[in-house]
Design a protein. Structure first.
Length: 152
């Protein structure tokens, strides 16, 4: 009888440990420090003037949810047919990232890089290709990572 109780205890302990490790793995997957970034944005609110923005409509990254805004600091068209602007990505709640986008309107292709941020986007970096979808919709596809914060 004692041996059966011991075996049962070991089996239960094993289940608890395995369940614990599965829980840890899922938490770390949700809080990934690097990965693929796929965003769709609607630029109905962007007419090419400084200070205007596009709105994120779809995102695979929870820290940049739908409803986030991407503000452009410089006007489009200087030089002609191009956008070359500093940007602020505002994900709400003090979570922001800064970067730069360059876009060729004749091809509908471009590149955006984000170099740091605040709140949940502190240490955030990304490099995404920009592509035109249709109407006012554009896509960002690339990678992101979080750099360690410097010591205080």
């Amino acid at each position: 009888m004692k041996r059966k109780g011991f075996v049962t205890s070991i089996a239960l302990l094993t289940l608890v440990l395995v369940a614990g490790f599965v829980g840890v793995a899922s938490v770390s997957a949700d809080d990934a420090r690097n990965g693929q970034l796929h965003i769709q944005k609607d630029c109905t609110g962007y007419k090419g003037n400084a200070g205007e923005h596009c709105t994120v409509t779809l995102s695979n990254f929870a820290k940049i949810p739908a409803g986030s805004h991407i503000f452009y600091d410089q006007a489009a068209g200087v030089p002609a047919g191009l956008l070359d602007s500093n940007i602020v990505l505002d994900a709400g709640g003090g979570n922001r990232a800064v970067g730069r986008c360059t876009l060729d309107f004749s091809t509908g292709l471009g590149l955006c890089t984000l170099s740091d941020g605040t709140g949940q986007l502190a240490g955030f970096t990304a490099r995404v290709g920009v592509s035109y979808l249709s109407g006012n919709l554009w896509a960002w596809d690339g990678t992101y990572s979080f750099n360690p914060l410097p010591p205080r």
